[in-house]
Design a protein around this ligand. Structure first.
Ligand SMILES: [Zn+2]
Length: 366
C-alpha cells in the first residue's frame, strides 16, 4: 500500500496538478472538491474499485436540461463510432483550443444554437506560454454549453509510446482539463484514432468513453469551406445509398480558419435541407445534438447496421426548424447553390473535387 501510495504521489507530481484524478494517498488540492473515495488504489492495476465520483465527473452538468430530461449515462468505456439512428449529428472539434480561431467558432455555434464537443490537446491548456490563453479558452468553451474531451496531452501516436508514456498522456491531460474547468472529462479521442487493447482497457478503467467519428471534413488539403462542406454532404449521401444510419459524429479541427467557416456553412446548408425534408413531411430532420442527447438511446451507439433507422425530431425542434425556414425563405436558393460543386467520394470516404485539390499539407490524419 505504501508503495502504491508513493507511486500515486509521484504520478500526481508528474501530472503537475493534484486535481480530481488523484488517488487516495496524495494530498488533495485545497480548492478541489473532496471527491476522492478512501480506498486502496494502485496505478499499476487496471481493475479496481470504481472511482465513479472522481473518474466520471459529469460532462453534462453545464448543458441546460430539465430535471425530467436527465440523460442516461452512456455505458462507460463503450466506444462511440459508426452511424446512429436519426439525422442526429454530434459536432466535434479536435486539437484546440486555439486563441486565434476558437473564439470565432464559439460565436458561430452560439449564433446557430449548436453545441459541440471539443477534444482538446491539454498541453495547450496547461503549458506556458499557451496556458493562460488555453485555460481561458476552455472556460469559454464550457460557458458556451459545450463539452470538453481529452485528446491527450500533446498529441503523440499513443501506440508508439511505452505504457508509462501513454498513461501519462491520458492522465496529465485529464488533470490539466480538470484543473481548468473543474469537471473530469469522460470522453477520450485517441490522436489519429490509434489505440490498442491495453490503452482501451486503461481508458475504460479510468471511466472514459472512446469517441471516434463517422464523418470527416478532410481539412488538410487546403480546400475551401464550401468544398469541404460538399464533401461531408456527399458522405451523407453515400451512407444513404448504402442504407446505413445517417446520424453520426462529425470531425473537424478548430485549428483551421476554413474548418470554422465550414462549420458555419454546413450548419446553414443542413438547416436549408430541413426545409425540404419538412415540406416532404419527413420529421427526421437534421439536428446537431449535444452530447447528452446523442447518448440518450442507450445501447444504439456504434450501430453499423445496414438497416437505416429514422428517429423523429422532438416537436420543439421541428417547430424551431419551421420557424428558421420561414425566416430564411429568401436565402434558401442561395444556400443550396453550394450543391453545384460536384464531389466524388474516394475509397477512404473523403470527397474529392476535380480542380479543387491543392497539394497535401503533410497529414490527412486527425
Ligand atoms: Zn488530433
Amino acid at each position: 500500500m505504501r508503495a502504491a501510495a508513493a507511486a500515486a504521489l509521484v504520478l500526481s507530481v508528474l501530472d503537475g496538478s493534484r486535481a480530481a484524478g488523484d488517488p487516495p494517498g496524495a494530498e488533495a488540492a485545497p480548492t478541489a472538491p473532496a471527491r476522492v473515495p478512501e480506498v486502496d488504489w494502485s496505478p499499476d492495476e487496471f481493475s479496481g474499485p470504481a472511482y465513479d465520483d472522481w473518474l466520471l465527473g459529469d460532462p453534462f452538468r453545464l448543458v441546460p436540461r430539465a430535471r425530467s430530461q436527465v440523460v442516461r449515462r452512456y455505458p462507460r468505456g463503450t466506444p462511440l463510432q459508426g452511424g446512429f439512428p436519426g439525422r442526429r449529428l454530434l459536432l466535434t472539434f479536435d486539437d484546440g483550443p486555439f486563441p486565434e480561431t476558437t473564439p470565432r467558432l464559439l460565436e458561430i455555434l452560439a449564433r446557430e444554437k449548436v453545441h459541440a464537443v471539443f477534444f482538446v490537446v491539454a498541453g495547450r491548456v496547461d503549458e506556458t506560454p499557451l496556458r493562460r490563453n488555453g485555460r481561458r479558452m476552455v472556460q469559454q468553451i464550457i460557458a458556451g454549453g459545450h463539452v470538453v474531451g481529452n485528446h491527450s496531452f500533446n498529441h503523440p501516436h499513443l501506440v508508439s509510446l511505452a505504457e508509462e508514456g501513454w498513461r501519462q498522456q491520458i492522465q496529465r491531460a485529464h488533470a490539466a482539463i480538470f484543473s481548468a474547468i473543474d469537471y473530469a472529462p469522460t470522453l477520450f479521442r485517441p490522436p489519429y484514432g490509434h489505440f490498442n487493447g491495453a490503452i482501451d482497457r486503461y481508458l475504460t478503467y479510468r471511466g472514459y468513453t472512446r469517441v471516434h467519428w463517422t464523418y470527416v471534413a478532410d481539412e488538410f488539403r487546403g480546400r475551401s469551406p464550401e468544398v469541404m462542406t460538399r464533401g461531408i454532404m456527399e458522405q451523407f449521401a453515400e451512407r444513404e445509398r448504402l442504407g446505413r444510419n445517417l446520424g453520426g459524429i462529425l470531425l473537424l479541427h478548430d485549428s483551421h480558419e476554413r474548418s470554422v467557416d465550414c462549420a458555419g456553412v454546413l450548419i446553414r446548408r443542413l438547416k436549408a435541407e430541413n426545409c425540404t425534408l419538412l415540406d416532404a413531411g419527413d420529421d427526421d430532420i437534421w439536428r446537431f445534438v449535444d452530447v447528452g442527447e446523442f447518448f440518450q438511446p442507450a445501447g444504439q451507439g456504434g450501430d453499423e447496421s445496414t438497416t437505416a433507422s429514422s428517429l423523429p425530431a422532438a416537436p420543439a425542434v421541428l417547430e424551431e426548424a419551421r420557424r428558421w425556414c420561414e425566416e430564411h425563405a429568401g436565402e434558401l436558393d442561395e444556400i443550396r447553390r453550394l450543391d453545384d460543386i460536384q464531389v466524388n467520394i474516394n475509397e477512404d470516404g473523403f470527397g474529392s473535387v476535380a480542380g479543387h485539390d491543392p497539394p497535401d499539407e503533410g497529414t490527412t490524419e486527425p
